[in-house]
Design a protein around this ligand. Structure first.
Ligand code: AMO
Length: 439
């Protein structure tokens, strides 16, 4: 028998809209079965929909004979529509349940799922990712992705209110911006091209026409290592602002984080509760550590690290400094370890740059950019880049490029910090990494 469809049936209520004041009222609910408990001749079903769940009671002999074989085949995950009466029942999870008059099993689950819906941790990550659409039904991930949705909306709201316009720049590009090693080459007709690592050059150019731009879009990094904080395809929140320097950008970024924290606190109470997260109170401005001071601090704590070295996550973890538990900036990095477009300070050895950290997790990098063509060309040459390949970019600098600055922030890293997620793969729907290209 093929599965029926809804035909003339229309959902009358979501589970969240049904309460004990509706005792005796007829409703149609639609959803999937997240649990089945059997007690003598009764099946207790939990039906989940977009906004929650509700208990339904199936008593033997109280449904049409034509459905009895279907009922025997009901497993968790099946899709079902139920026309029934609301009944107050103090013993039911929410004090109400639905007694069916009629129901349609819209789609049976043919297999027992290896994924346990109510489990917080779930089974192994690979089993979960292989059946990701099912895994995403777990309240743990539902909570994370509801928060992610609030963060995305709130970013757009915040940046729009700050006078930024949203843009979309090419994802198929001709040159690297963040170092050649992490580029994904692709065939582009008869030429080699790459997937973008960052909208860097485009967002800089757009400050000429729009002053303040932002983009929320994919970035691609061929990360060879298997870590819990790197993806091959991530989502980046990028901004670029004309007539501004890195201090202005840090102020915008910390204000934005503060706004996002408040929005998630007010819009995702139940999700935070489920995740057992109490977002820490944030006070602005975030602490700023100069890179060179931090190196000294690390050296004093016994770490072997020199000026000019990158600061690894492990070294920061070893510091165990309470002031570095949440958000802080590391500013004024060595010019030698930052990309070519970052503006050096007058000393030359340090540059107007920052990383925003959350504990030992890097969330964002930003800087004042070089807006002078000859200075930019020099920096490119110093980094061994072929300036001809950047001709398309350099030539707009002949027409009055304004001073500008900006940041890029990894959305998944931000979600990790907010939701206490250990593995970045749980902050993205369908992760891509060195081992995974599907689903
Ligand atoms: P950067 O390379 O530091 O800077 O990247 C900015 C932020 O993007 C996130 N990110 C990643 N997230 C997950 N997986 C990855 N493989 C990955 N790579 C980067 C991080 C990081 O802090 N153009 C500059 C930004 C700017 O100056 O505007 C840039 O891309 O959270």
């Amino acid at each position: 028998m093929s599965s029926p469809d809804l035909q003339t049936w229309k959902r009358t209520h979501y589970s969240k809209d049904i309460d004990s004041s509706m005792d005796g009222k007829e409703v149609i609910i639609v959803g999937w079965i997240s649990s089945i408990r059997e007690h003598s001749n009764i099946k207790f079903l939990t039906i989940n929909d977009r906004f929650g769940n509700i208990q339904v009671i199936l008593k033997n002999n109280e449904y049409p004979d034509s459905l009895s074989s279907e009922v025997q085949k009901i497993r968790e995950h099946a899709s079902i529509a139920i026309k029934g009466k609301v009944r107050s029942e103090p013993k039911a999870p929410k004090g109400i349940e639905i007694n069916p008059i009629e129901f349609k099993i819209l789609s049976l689950a043919n297999k027992n799922s290896p994924i346990v819906i109510q489990s917080r941790k779930g089974v192994g990550i690979d089993t979960r990712l292989d059946l990701r659409a099912i895994d995403l039904r777990r309240p743990f991930l539902q909570s994370i992705f509801s928060i992610r949705y609030t963060v995305l909306n709130s970013c757009r709201k915040f940046l729009g209110d700050e006078g930024f316009i949203e843009v979309n720049t090419p994802k198929i590009i001709a040159t690297a911006t963040e170092g050649g090693a992490t580029l994904f080459p692709i065939f582009y007709y008869d030429r080699e091209a790459f997937l973008t690592q960052s909208p860097q050059l485009y967002k800089e150019q757009l400050t000429m026409a729009f002053e303040n731009v932002f983009e929320i879009g994919p970035i691609f990094r061929a990360e060879p290592s298997r870590t819990n904080r790197h993806l091959s395809e991530a989502t980046s929140i990028d901004i670029e602002k004309a007539y501004a320097d890195y201090n202005d950008i840090m102020e915008i970024l910390e204000k934005m984080i503060h706004f996002l924290w408040d929005e998630v606190r007010s819009k995702n109470k139940s999700h935070l509760e489920y995740l057992k997260i109490a977002l820490p109170d944030l006070s602005l401005p975030f602490r700023r550590y100069r890179y060179s001071d931090l190196i000294e601090k690390l050296q004093k704590s016994g770490e072997s690290i020199e000026l000019g070295d990158d600061i690894s996550q492990q070294k920061l973890r070893n510091l165990k400094d309470d002031d570095m538990k949440y958000f802080y900036f590391i500013i004024d990095w060595p010019t030698s370890i930052k990309p070519f477009y970052v503006k050096p300070k007058s000393t030359g050895t340090e540059c107007e740059s920052f990383d925003l950290m959350y504990g030992n997790l890097e969330l964002s990098s930003g800087s004042t950019r070089i807006h002078d063509k000859s200075e930019l060309t020099e920096r490119m040459k110093k980094q061994g880049l072929n300036t001809d390949a950047f001709d398309f970019h350099l030539k707009v600098f002949d027409y009055g490029m304004p001073p500008h600055a900006g940041f890029g922030m990894g959305l998944e890293r931000l979600i990790m910090s907010m939701c206490g997620v250990d593995n970045i793969r749980d902050a993205v729907l369908f992760p891509r990494d060195i081992d995974r290209l599907s689903p």
